[in-house]
Design a binder for this molecule. Structure first.
Ligand SMILES: *[C@@H]1O[C@H](CO)[C@@H](O)[C@H](O)[C@H]1NC(C)=O
Ligand SMILES: *[C@@H]1O[C@H](CO)[C@@H](O)[C@H](O)[C@H]1NC(C)=O
Ligand SMILES: *[C@@H]1O[C@H](CO)[C@@H](O)[C@H](O)[C@H]1NC(C)=O
Ligand SMILES: *[C@@H]1O[C@H](CO)[C@@H](O)[C@H](O)[C@H]1NC(C)=O
Ligand SMILES: *[C@@H]1O[C@H](CO)[C@@H](O)[C@H](O)[C@H]1NC(C)=O
Length: 941
């Protein structure tokens, strides 16, 4: 034991700051929080920045790491050498990304990474990194990405040593000649996808390595590659047949002239991306026919349609998708597109001025062409309005994207005919009114996006036709300013709620809103998102709310009368509430009734004003992640977290001064990841445990970070000066440790002597004595800091008096207040499975006072006598008024005198008698409560 304490002291002296992690790394362990990482979505991801020495800076990362992203320090990255086996400790690694340029990469740098499937090397310097790389030993590698690494310095067979390489992406490799790549690919038989993007490459030459140096007719192609994507700049010179070795290209992108394609020597191109000044459709269709092009993405300034489209149309018969991006806005006749491209299933036109009547004329002239179309996006063009039956012939259209197209009105029956439409995006337009027949005929519609429209009127039953609707996004409701509050009744705008409805977003933007759901039931789970300045709900008893499984609130508050809406969504699994420190948010402690919650996020909420914050997170035994972002709270203690047994991830961001008590983490038995950002600590030994806990606890990764100060600092008593928290703890709290060392050594020695001398006589005292000294020593540790108590009163009583305790004591003490007293009863609050003596000691020391209920039963119980014994020891040590006696019945002094301890207490202390006369009970409780509640205020706030 002594040895242990010595080690502990030594350990404190050398402890470092945040966590057991290396200083330059952060880790993401919990799946639900992995989205915070910008590395990979895998669990066990580490991100390390400002690396100067791989071995040193990564030292201490867990070896079961799955993903690692490291970035070299930008000042010195030219000087870093990647040594052999740099990552060999992390043999589970599957994803590795290195940003920066090494001066040298050793041949065996990646040795030992047998499970690595994905490797990215990106230089972020000007020009290309001149380090040569070898990839030996990467037996599982499937995916390799190189950016700004010079290929020319790598061996000719650099990729041959990667047996399973399937995807090779090279971008901006400072190529002078395509041969540099092609000659290195000739033996890579496993390759399925090859991606090359080098906008500086403007000369295409025939590869000059001997492999390709055969007579023309037998030029070997690069076998097995299913998909080859090439993105080149403006090509200035092409050797005839320069790309012949590829055979077919999946995606070819370049800037330049279509006629150059013939020089490249390829057979087929699946998808062609290019940009020209003048787009000649006849040239395009000629190329489409020659190379069997299916998809075309083209940007241009002007477009020329041929004089006799019918012939051209035959050439373009196989094109199924076209994306036209015009650099300048221009009026455009959409029917000419359908005239030429008769087989389109996907059409995107970007930056056009389109007239609604054009669509009608398309329907009249080319009904057969239009029938093929399933996806149409009309992007950032100017449409203005949609007219009745405008799309009547688009029978097979499934997705219509009219995002940000300046539409201010939609006539009735505009969408009739779109019998297969599933997805309609009208986000960011100028729609102000929705009528009953606006969406008439969209029976198959599943997804309707009306966000960012200044809606001022939605007629009843407007969404009633949409019987298959799955998702409705509605906002920002913008009723005219003279209508003080926006009122929306969900059952009213739907008439009948669609059977499949499962996603609803309603926003009143920056204005208040009054919401009614109506008397409707839903047979499926509903994801509900509410946004507005503040929102009141008129009918929280609506059965609709019982279907809500996800509730996201972005408003000052959402109230039902005076209650937080959370009270009415009992099935909710994910709850997010982002407020703006509003006072009037209701009592959030109803969250403790949402027992199905797995994810909870509260943001910008003043929890210090919540009267019942202590019980807010009770009963949440399924909660996996808790995020308290920028919430005001001053105490984190165990009463908050007592039920969060399943919690794996906790994110806590705050700008306030917080006292974190050790018992806060005690109950979090599943915790893996604790992130505390922006915290301010007081310089108090209360929080001293953090330093060792953070360092010591291997199960939880802790990230404590204060962006305004480089290291974790605390504010001293004068409230002005800051000091380094770890140094503070070392200088000020170690006194306690030394004292403890001394005390425990003596206690140990005394105990030993005592045991040796009087084992036979006093065997039964040994255990309590041990606990007394333990409690005593604990007291010493907390001597000057304000001690925090889990309970106000530990009640020592005989189980035979249980009835009185439950019926009289509990209601009269726990429910009287404020302040409310927390009682510790052995029948209710003892930890199951823990040793009973330990339980008693723990509880006595976790309580501000001990209350002994003396009765005949009590006197005869040996546990009670132990409890009293421990209580009196504490009394002697603390010299405070911590022990209170209540006599439940009259006990003859003859009986008492046999219990010398009790007899002495009765002589020296005041005690209370439980009055027989019921009239007197009120006064009894008043006295007792007053006695027990003094100085509760002083230390709890
Ligand atoms: C790898 O493990 C060895 C031996 O355990 C250790 O010396 C070395 O520092 C570790 N390297 C890293 C980067 O953790
Ligand atoms: C490598 O992957 C295999 C298969 O997923 C797994 O069984 C093995 O444990 C992994 N090796 C290491 C060192 O993690
Ligand atoms: C082939 O190309 C490489 C790279 O550009 C160049 O170094 C080499 O001299 C060329 N060989 C011949 C025979 O042209
Ligand atoms: C290619 O073959 C020709 C003769 O067929 C020969 O003259 C030339 O040197 C060869 N080039 C290379 C790079 O091997
Ligand atoms: C949850 O806990 C609180 C106090 O801890 C209690 O009052 C409440 O009844 C509990 N609710 C449920 C649904 O268990």
């Amino acid at each position: 034991m002594v040895l242990l304490f010595m080690l502990f002291v030594l350990f404190l002296k050398t402890s470092c700051i945040y966590s057991w992690l290396p200083r330059k790394c952060v880790m993401y362990i919990v799946e639900d929080l992995a989205f915070l990482a910008s590395c990979s979505e895998k669990t066990n991801t580490a991100i390390c920045d400002h690396i100067t020495d791989i071995n040193e800076d990564l030292h201490g990362l867990p070896t079961n790491l799955q993903s690692l992203c490291i970035q070299l320090d930008s000042d010195i990255h030219y000087a870093v050498i990647l040594a052999p086996g740099s990552f060999s400790n992390f043999s589970s690694l599957e994803y590795l990304k290195i940003t920066g340029c090494f001066s040298k990469i050793s041949p065996d740098a990646f040795a030992g990474l047998l499970n690595l499937t994905s490797l990215r090397l990106e230089s972020n310097t000007k020009g290309c990194c001149e380090a040569s790389v070898e990839f030996s030993g990467l037996t599982s590698l499937k995916n390799l990405y190189l950016s700004q690494y010079s290929l020319i310095l790598m061996a000719q067979n650099v990729f041959d040593s990667i047996p399973q390489l399937e995807i090779l992406s090279i971008s901006n490799a400072c190529l002078k000649d395509l041969s540099e790549v092609l000659c290195r690919l000739k033996n890579v038989k496993s390759l399925k996808l090859f991606y090359l993007s080098d906008t500086d490459l403007n000369v295409l030459q025939f590869p000059n390595c001997s492999f390709f140096n055969t007579s023309d007719s037998q030029t070997p192609t690069v076998y097995n590659i299913e998909k080859i994507d090439l993105y080149l700049g403006s090509v200035k010179h092409i050797d005839e047949g320069a790309l012949k070795v590829f055979g077919n290209l999946w995606d070819l992108g370049f800037g330049g002239f279509l006629r150059d394609l013939s020089l490249m020597g390829v057979n087929h191109i699946y998808s062609l991306t290019f940009s020209v000044d003048v787009l000649n459709i006849d040239e395009l269709c000629y190329a489409a026919k020659l190379y069997s092009i299916k998809f075309i993405f083209v940007s241009y300034t002007t477009i020329n349609f041929p004089a006799t489209p019918t012939n051209i149309s035959k050439d373009c018969k196989e094109v199924v998708g076209i994306h036209l991006y015009q650099y300048v806005y221009n009026a455009f006749k959409i029917d000419s597109i359908f005239h030429i491209f008769s087989n389109l299933s996907k059409l995107t036109v970007h930056s056009y001025v389109l007239r609604s009547n054009d669509f009608k004329s398309v329907c009249l002239s080319f009904p057969q062409s239009v029938k093929q179309l399933s996806i149409m996006s009309l992007m950032s063009n100017v449409i203005g309005k949609i007219i009745s039956h405008q799309f009547f012939c688009f029978k097979n259209l499934e997705s219509l994207d009219l995002y940000s197209t300046n539409i201010s009105s939609i006539e009735d029956f505009s969408f009739t005919g779109l019998d297969k439409l599933k997805d309609l995006n009208l986000c960011r337009n100028k729609l102000s009114r929705i009528y009953q027949d606006t969406f008439s005929g969209l029976y198959e519609l599943m997804f309707l996006d009306l966000q960012e429209n200044p809606l001022i009127q939605i007629e009843s039953n407007s969404f009633g036709h949409l019987t298959n609707l799955h998702t409705l996004l509605l906002g920002d409701l913008h009723y005219p300013p003279n209508i003080s509050q926006i009122k929306l009744r969900l059952s009213d705008i739907f008439g009948r709620i669609p059977y499949n409805l499962s996603n609803v977003f309603i926003s009143s933007g920056m204005r208040p809103m009054q919401l009614m759901f109506g008397d409707v039931t839903l047979n499926r789970s509903l994801h509900l998102q509410i946004k507005g300045q503040y929102v009141t709900v008129e009918d929280c008893d609506s059965p609709l709310l019982t279907s809500v499984v996800t509730l996201q609130i972005n408003a000052e508050y959402v109230l039902c009368g005076k209650d937080f809406i959370g009270k009415y969504v009992k099935s909710v699994v994910k709850l997010e509430f982002i407020s703006v420190f509003s006072d009037n948010i209701g009592d959030l402690s109803v969250i403790n009734e949402l027992v199905h919650l797995t994810k909870l996020k509260l943001e910008n909420i003043d929890l210090s004003k919540q009267p019942n914050v202590q019980i807010m997170f009770h009963n949440l035994t399924k909660l996996l992640t808790l995020m308290l972002t920028n919430c005001r709270i001053f105490f984190l203690d165990g009463s908050l977290t007592k039920d969060l047994k399943a919690l794996t991830g906790l994110v806590f961001t705050t700008q306030s001064y917080v006292n974190i008590l050790q018992n806060f983490v005690e109950h979090l038995t599943s915790l893996k990841e604790l992130r505390i950002y922006g915290i301010h600590l007081h310089c108090s030994c209360d929080d001293a445990w953090l330093v060792s806990w953070v360092k010591d606890n291997k199960q939880v990764q802790v990230i404590m970070f204060n962006p305004t100060m480089k290291e974790l600092q605390c504010v001293t008593e004068n409230g002005i000066d800051f000091v380094n928290f770890v140094h503070f703890v070392q200088d000020n709290c170690s006194f306690h440790i030394e004292f403890v060392l001394f005390a425990s050594t003596s206690a140990f020695l005394y105990l030993f002597i005592f045991v040796a001398l009087s084992y036979r006589l006093a065997g039964q005292y040994i255990k309590p004595l041990y606990h007394i000294s333990r409690g005593w020593f604990r007291e010493a540790v907390h001597k000057d800091g304000k001690q925090q108590y889990r309970y106000d009163v530990f009640v020592s009583y005989s189980s035979k008096d249980e009835c009185w305790v439950m019926e009289e004591l509990l209601p009269n003490l726990e429910q009287r207040g404020p302040p409310f007293l927390r009682l510790c009863l052995h029948s209710r609050d003892f930890q199951l499975g823990q040793d009973i003596v330990e339980n008693i000691t723990d509880s006595i020391y976790a309580s501000r006072r001990t209350l002994c209920l003396v009765s005949r039963n009590y006197i005869h119980s040996s546990w009670c006598s132990l409890e009293m014994q421990l209580g009196t020891y504490r009394l002697q040590v603390e010299q405070r008024d911590i022990l209170i006696l209540v006599f439940l019945e009259n006990i003859p002094s003859r009986l008492l005198s046999c219990h010398h301890r009790l007899a002495r207490l009765v002589k020296t202390r005041t005690y209370l008698d439980w009055p027989l006369d019921p009239e007197m009970h009120k006064a009894f409780w008043e006295r007792l409560w007053n006695k027990l509640s003094t100085d509760k205020y002083n230390s709890s706030l």
